[in-house]
Design a protein around this ligand. Structure first.
Ligand code: MN
Length: 244
């Protein structure tokens, strides 16, 4: 046997696939892509200075390895104004293109709650310059998420409170019924723009009340009857891998 037989075909170490625990199970949900819905609650669209009428939804992405599972949120570099956005998270067990509305619910593996952290100052600058939101949205540790609860344990999303509190004070408090585009509609629209597959997750937009965090803050959030999540905002440690 030559030494080459022991080598892998990969030129660099194979990256790990990020996973999210499944509630009350030893199984893990492997994450392929993260999509996020923009301005999906009218009161939040209004607070950000936009028209809340029912225009087509728009999407952006975070990176799967931006997820934070079971850890605190390290305050990121390059920003003085990092905002929380609590969101219902939808995990897909199957996908497709140009999905029909009636088929969308059958593609859902489960639900959780997550926070779409945003470097709001970088986002404001990107909007002003007409540039992409990547640095504002898809930064390291930008997506804390709860365990995923299988959909069969959640018969309906109707009248489910979505909330976030910072240091014990309620900051965001709404209901999933206030989404402009409901979950099946978002899945359909996404599938016109991208091919969805098992392992994709969708952050479905945030209600009003987004605000900034500081090191030392304690965040608790949840979607009633689905999942809760709590973590602290801790001192940032620089970008992983840079030794900074
Ligand atoms: Mn968001």
């Amino acid at each position: 046997m030559s030494i080459n037989d022991l080598q892998t075909p990969y030129a660099v170490p194979l990256p790990q696939i990020p996973t999210i625990p499944i509630a009350d199970s030893d199984q893990l949900f492997p994450v392929r892509r993260i999509y996020c819905v923009g301005r999906n609650y009218s009161a939040h669209a209004l607070e950000m200075g936009h028209d809340p009428t029912r225009e087509k939804p728009f999407f952006f992405q975070k990176n799967p390895d931006n997820l934070v599972v079971g850890k605190d949120f390290p305050y990121p570099s390059l920003s003085e104004d990092v905002h929380f956005e609590v969101e219902l998270v939808v995990a897909l067990k199957a996908g497709g293109r140009d999905i029909a509305l009636k088929d969308a619910p059958g593609l859902i593996f489960g639900y959780g709650v997550g926070v779409d952290f945003t470097r709001r100052d970088l986002q404001a600058e990107a909007k002003k310059q007409g540039r992409p939101w990547t640095a504002a949205k898809a930064f390291e540790h930008s997506a804390p998420v709860s365990d995923i609860v299988p959909a069969e344990r959640i018969p309906s999303l109707a009248q489910k409170r979505i909330w976030l509190e910072k240091n014990g004070k309620i900051e965001q408090d709404s209901d999933l019924d206030h989404m402009i585009w409901n979950v099946p509609e978002s899945i359909c629209e996404l599938s016109r723009q991208f091919e969805l597959k098992a392992g994709d997750i969708i952050f479905t937009g945030t209600p009003a009340g987004v605000n900034s965090v500081s090191v030392g803050d304690l965040i608790r959030c949840g979607v009633e009857g689905i999942a809760n999540l709590s973590f602290a905002v801790v001192e940032g440690v620089g970008l992983e891998g840079t030794g900074a």
